[in-house]
Ligand binder design. Structure first.
Ligand code: SF4
Ligand code: MG
Length: 320
């Protein structure tokens, strides 16, 4: 199977001014040499605290921001080398869903027109055909056809996210990059939206890159999960493997903070010391060493290799 998305040694550095009179330019290493692949039809979860670089990974895949180094392939094509025409053809096949759909909806545009907009822009449907297509999208996203003529302010948060999803689906994409799509919603609504993601995946054969700071959300939806810290990938494994047998101390710490329903399964609580270091000046060696309860001398000096610990379980830690 060819992966739908392949990210190879991706780096994204942002220049920032620093120092006396802001005369020095340093770089925030938002994404610092990460590699992973997403297979067609799977849901790959990218987790990490805010500032870990996970949103930047999503945005560089969509080319909403340019990479600094590395390679991104979509359907085997190098997205930073294809012709303009080819990119125009590929672009609609990848869509973004974000945390707050309301901010991207024009308050004066009826939601049906907002959903249909892209179809007209891409010449994929005429004004007359739009209505049927959009009504079908509304219904498949758990709304009703009569919502077509309503305005964004008439909808609840969960409904607005359904509109955001319907709009992302209008061009029949293969890949959806969802960046914290349920983080702003109540827990009960989160479950409904996650179920919708799952249902749409089955009916439309979608592939998801699901970005979240919340491991319990990711657990419900993702088949594989990557854990990021300060721009680096610390661990990648299948969902079951990651939850049953986490290998990286950072993953263990994140998991130990997730409440479990059965007290017997309760994990040893690992409390991290300190705060996330400044990403423009990350620690040498293992970036996690300033907070890792198991850090050894070598961790402060050598960057741990990201390697296969068996059965597709990858980890970057000297102790594993
Ligand atoms: Fe902790 Fe060292 Fe492993 Fe980094 S390499 S996670 S500091 S034990
Ligand atoms: Mg983010």
């Amino acid at each position: 199977h060819e992966p739908l998305v392949e990210v190879n040694h991706l780096k994204k550095y942002f220049p920032v001014k620093a120092g006396l009179l802001n005369r020095t330019v340093t770089h925030v290493r938002a994404v610092d040499d990460i590699s992973f692949a997403i297979q067609p039809g799977e849901t790959f979860g990218l987790v990490g605290e805010s500032g870990s670089g996970k949103s930047t990974v999503g945005r560089t895949i969509l080319r909403l921001t340019d990479k600094t180094e590395g390679e991104i392939r979509f359907k085997g094509k190098d997205l930073y080398r294809v012709s303009k025409e080819e990119m125009r053809r590929l672009r609609p096949q990848m869509q973004l869903i974000f945390q707050d759909p309301y901010s991207s909806l024009n308050p004066r545009v009826r939601v049906g027109d907002a959903i249909g907009e892209a179809l007209i822009d891409h010449g994929m449907a005429s004004r007359d055909e739009i209505r049927d297509v959009v009504e079908e999208l509304l219904v498949s996203c758990g709304l009703s056809s009569y919502h077509y003529y309503r305005f964004p302010h008439e909808f609840s948060g969960g409904q607005r996210q359904r509109i955001g999803i319907a709009r992302a689906l209008a061009l029949s994409p293969d890949l959806i990059i969802a960046d914290e799509p349920v983080s702003a919603l109540d827990v009960s609504i989160q479950a409904q939206i996650i179920n919708l993601f799952r249902k749409l995946q089955d009916s439309r054969g979608l592939t998801y890159l699901f970005i979240s700071h919340d491991l319990s959300v990711v657990e419900h939806l993702c088949s594989r999960i990557g854990v990021m810290y300060l721009g680096s990938m610390m661990e990648v494994a299948s969902r079951d493997e990651l939850f049953r047998n986490p290998l990286h101390p950072y993953t263990k710490a994140l998991l130990s903070a997730v409440p479990v329903p059965i007290p017997k399964l309760k994990r040893e609580r690992i409390v991290l010391k300190g705060d996330i270091p400044n990403p423009s000046n990350p620690p040498q060696g293992c970036k996690f060493h300033t907070r890792c309860p198991f850090a050894k001398e070598i961790c402060t000096q050598q960057v741990p290799e990201f390697r296969d610990a068996g059965a597709g379980h990858y980890v970057a830690c000297h102790l594993v």
